[in-house]
Structures are given as C-alpha cells and as structure tokens.
Design a protein around this ligand. Structure first.
Ligand SMILES: C[S@@+](CC[C@H](N)C(=O)[O-])C[C@H]1O[C@@H](n2cnc3c(N)ncnc32)[C@H](O)[C@@H]1O
Length: 281
C-alpha cells in the first residue's frame, strides 16, 4: 500500500464514524495518534505528513472497532480520570466522568492533612481510590473488588502512578470483616438486568459484573446498605453512586438502616446520581 497523508486518514475516519459516534473528529484524531504517534499538534503543523502502511492498517482496524460502537477507551485500553491516566483491561469498567462527582463529594468530607481511613468498594480500575489518594496523601485507603483481574489492573495503576492503596479481593464487605472506616465510597453496578440500552452500544464491550445490579438494579446497593453501619466509625461518611432514577430508593435504604444527614446530589447534567449519609455519633 502507498503511504497516505495524515489529514486524509483523519478525514476518512470522520466519514466512517459520522452517525456512529458523537465525536467523529476527536475519535479519528485520537485513534490516529494511538496507531501512528501523530498527535493533533503535529497534524495541524504538517497535515500532509505521510503515514506508513503498517500504521494506517492499525488505524483502520481501530476505526472498524469504533464503527462497531466499541468505546475509544476500550480500544486504547486507557482512560483519563481525575487527570490520572488509567490503564484498563477486559475486567475493568471505563471510568465515567459522572463518577468524578463521587470523588468531589468525598473530598469535601475529608479535610486535608488528616489520616482518615477510606474504603472504596468495587474499585475496578482503581479510579476512585487513586483519585482520593492523589488528593489526600495522608489518607489510608483500602480498595476492594470481587474480580481478581480488575484488582490486578488497579494494583498496576497504583504502582505506575506511585500511589499507595491497600487492595483486598472479595464480595463487598466480606474482606473488611471487623474493620471500620471514616469514609466509605462505592460506585456499584446499578443497571437493571433487562435494560434495553445494554443490548446494543458501548455496554456490550464492558464487563457484565461491573454493570448489572439485578432485576431492579439495586441488588448491590442493597447489600452495601445492609452492612455499611457495621463498617463506619461514629460520624463516618458514606457516598454511593446510583442510576438517575434510583435516588429515592437509595435514600430510603440508607435511612432504614439508621444513617442520618442523608443528601442527594445531582451531576453536571442535573441528574440525581450520588447519595450521601452519615453514621450517628
Ligand atoms: C460500576 S463498576 C465501578 C468501577 C470503578 N469503581 C469506577 O467507578 O470506575 C462496579 C465494580 O464493582 C465490582 N463488583 C461487582 N460485584 C461485586 C461484589 N459482589 N463485590 C465486590 N465488588 C464487586 C465490579 O467488578 C466493578 O469493578
């Protein structure tokens, strides 16, 4: 194959992805950079620079996967979260921008310079735990997951980023038997098993264990709420992410187990996505 100009490759990508992606130009540019090492600055400076056949082939393969709705983060095996570059594997959820609300909310409850004990349950790539570790270096953070392959990736991210997290494998609070924390945070799976949105689109490329929360989507939240009081210190804080139509149910569960100061928060799009509560003192 003859060498093709970088700008022509981007244009071809935009044409292929239009109608399949909300951001065809950005996707094409990011995939070209991953395949051939030509970033946006280099592209703007020299749009006619040639791309060799091997690089172009890799790029075309990436475009086909994106055309089939695979998220860019899954194709690249990495995603930025809270300004941290996280590597992903087949067992980790792609961290979502919405989850940064959970991190922001937890940070408001953790004064700087204090050695608080934090637990992140269902850590996946380690996104939440690592963001908290970056912002609160004195905190002692334990992160858990049921999936050992997700934990492998989270450990790898922690060591690459030089952030100290203690990892435990197991079912929700089981590996934390007898331990109490000042802050418990979780983004559990909360999608309904039969959600039609999941039959197509990006969710097909993500691990089911990270997505599905039973018939009403609330099975994992329910398990977490049932035991959370056994693991919070007096005055301790819990923050849970949930579906936009689940906040009333999550508030009721937290209230039923005797937590107080229950607050529902909305994400930037105005959807109710996080609920917090405190352990009585
Ligand atoms: C929605 S993902 C969240 C991942 C990550 N915390 C984030 O926000 O990007 C839910 C995580 O919970 C984990 N998980 C599912 N069931 C679990 C269980 N019974 N016990 C512990 N973790 C579980 C999944 O493996 C997945 O990593």
């Amino acid at each position: 194959m003859t060498e093709l100009a970088a700008a022509a490759l981007v244009q071809r990508g935009i044409t292929q992805l239009t109608g399949r992606s909300d951001s065809p130009r950005r996707d094409a540019e990011v995939l070209l950079q991953a395949a051939c090492g030509i970033d946006r600055t280099a592209l703007a400076k020299n749009p006619e620079q040639p791309v060799d056949a091997a690089g172009a082939d890799t790029y075309f393969g990436f475009l086909d996967r994106r055309y089939d709705h695979e998220p860019v983060a899954c194709i690249l095996g990495r995603k930025e979260f809270w300004s941290l570059e996280l590597e992903l594997n087949a067992s980790t959820l792609v961290p979502r921008a919405e989850t940064e609300l959970l991190v922001e909310t937890a940070l408001e409850s953790i004064p700087r310079g204090t050695a608080v004990e934090i637990a992140d349950l269902g850590t996946g790539s380690g996104a939440i735990a690592l963001a908290l570790a970056a912002e609160r270096p004195l905190a002692r953070i334990t992160a858990t997951d049921l999936n050992p392959d997700a934990l492998l990736q989270a450990r790898d991210n922690a060591s690459r980023l030089g952030l100290a997290i203690h990892f435990e494998e197991g079912d929700w609070f089981t590996p934390l038997e007898g331990r109490r924390f000042d802050v418990i945070i979780s983004n559990p799976p909360y999608v309904r098993d039969n959600d039609p949105l999941l039959q197509t689109g990006p969710a097909l490329f993500e691990p089911p264990l990270a997505l599905f929360g039973g018939q009403d989507g609330l099975a994992c939240v329910r398990t977490l709420c049932t035991s959370v009081k056994d693991h919070l210190n007096p005055g301790g804080f819990v923050a849970l992410e949930h579906g936009h139509d689940q906040q009333d149910a999550v508030k009721a569960m937290l209230s039923d187990v005797g937590l107080e100061s229950i607050v529902g928060l909305k994400d930037l799009a105005g959807r109710p996505r996080v609920t917090t509560a405190r352990m009585p003192r």
